[in-house]
Design a protein around this ligand. Sequence first.
Ligand SMILES: Cc1cc2nc3c(=O)[nH]c(=O)nc-3n(C[C@H](O)[C@H](O)[C@H](O)COP(=O)(O)OP(=O)(O)OC[C@H]3O[C@@H](n4cnc5c(N)ncnc54)[C@H](O)[C@@H]3O)c2cc1C
Ligand code: SF4
Length: 473
Amino acid sequence: MGNPKAFISILRNEAGYRPVSERIGDYSEVEQTLNPEDRKLQASRCMDCGIPFCHWACPTANRQPEWQDLAYRGKWKEAYESLESTDDFPEFTGRVCPAPCEKACVLKLTNDSPVTIRENECSIAERAFAEGFVVPRIPKYRSGKKVAVIGSGPAGMAAANQLNRKGHEVTLFEKNETIGGLLRFGIPDFKLNKKVIDRRLEIMETEGVQFKTGVHVGKDISGKEIMNQYDAVCLAIGAEQPRDLPIPGRDLKGVYFALEFLSQQNRVIAGQTFDADTRIDAKGKHVLVIGGGDTGSDCVGTSVRHGAASITQIEIMPMPPAHHNPATPWPAYPMVLKTSSSHEEGCTRRWSLETKQFIGKDGVLTEVELEEVKWEKDAEGRMQLVRTGKKEMMKVDLVFLAMGFVHPVQEGLLAELGVAADARKNVQINGRYQTSIDKVFAAGDAHLGASLVVRAINSGRKAAEGIDKFLKK
Ligand SMILES: Cc1cc2nc3c(=O)[nH]c(=O)nc-3n(C[C@H](O)[C@H](O)[C@H](O)COP(=O)(O)OP(=O)(O)OC[C@H]3O[C@@H](n4cnc5c(N)ncnc54)[C@H](O)[C@@H]3O)c2cc1C
Ligand code: SF4
């Protein structure tokens, strides 16, 4: 700890977002950066607590106090090395992690101004790239073992990165045209510029990871062939089955899954074109986003940039408390009202609303019927939905279903391989990240269920450890 009094004398200073009027006109990242001197001051606020709750709360167990101190001292290379020893891609987590570490920071508890851990992390990563500290490290040893990693989101990328560094020959299969999973085709560019992914992929490719894009394993090549050709397989196929809303009118033109909208927009930014019939354009439209979470918020930000006439986001659950929620005390992740940069850009947010039916004319969506609900505790203390009978109609042109993802797609590869599923239909693994089939492992949302980038990275690292041990047996 460089400056033991900094937590008193230096205030939390967030870099903040670009002004709304400027940022809604483009898809560039909304978050700004501090200059290096201010960044060092922010890092100096870390108190190097005896029990670092930030470290406990970080799903990949980053050593925050260590790299805060190194950043404060301007030792950017060492700070990056510390960071990278537990997190393969701090340039991703530094941008998009919801930072459970900050919610567990002791300075959050005492005066609600935790260390800006996530922003400091991003600055360390960017400084490391800018200074040329992040260079390909070609493995000196090769084991002669071949591993197929299927799915190239953060879990697959982390597993491939770790396995390659351990000397195995790794092929990363991806059904989409580009590597990155939801980093590429889910998270909007205004939160994560895709050049940040490309920069990392170049390094991984030079280090020896082979990428095979446009290959849907289970369709273009069978699971059996993969099993025959490789010594081990890692399933990092995500949890791609979206939660649907099977109510009357679901098939009307104008009702889409959130990811149909978001992935198309990311592809448009990447230079792809879509004809008028397939393009989902929110310009001048009244948009309803169903689902109050982050994916819904991404639909809001994207609709704003399209120039929607109005945007409403609804949630079936009640509005959470604004600042403190006694149900989730420190150091747990607080279930409180989250207002994202997209919300600030303009949308109406409403809670405790159930969607009853979509109504249309000539097959095209025109209205939605909603009903107000209440949440009451039953005799066992469980929250129960109670319909109030208070209904309303809302004029809408576009609906985005952003109600989460239920589990990995079961049809195709999983069905062919016959790997066991858990009670939630995620891929079942043991403590070594091994599935019910000896040489098949799993990582990321495929076994966690829809989760977070940092959890996917950590899971990819753990699966790589399990595979490495298996291959050395
Ligand atoms: C819109 C949206 C925004 C999000 N924002 C955030 C955020 O801000 N912060 C955060 O921490 N998390 C966020 N998340 C969650 C996060 O993106 C995921 O938890 C994370 O990407 C999961 O990583 P993964 O590698 O397990 O799976 P994915 O990223 O889903 O990658 C799986 C990959 O496997 C490929 N695949 C599937 N089946 C096959 C097959 N048979 N053959 C070949 N390839 C296959 C898929 O095409 C996909 O590319 C967001 C999610 C969404 C949907
Ligand atoms: S990965 Fe997330 S939880 Fe971990 S240190 Fe970074 S911001 Fe915090």
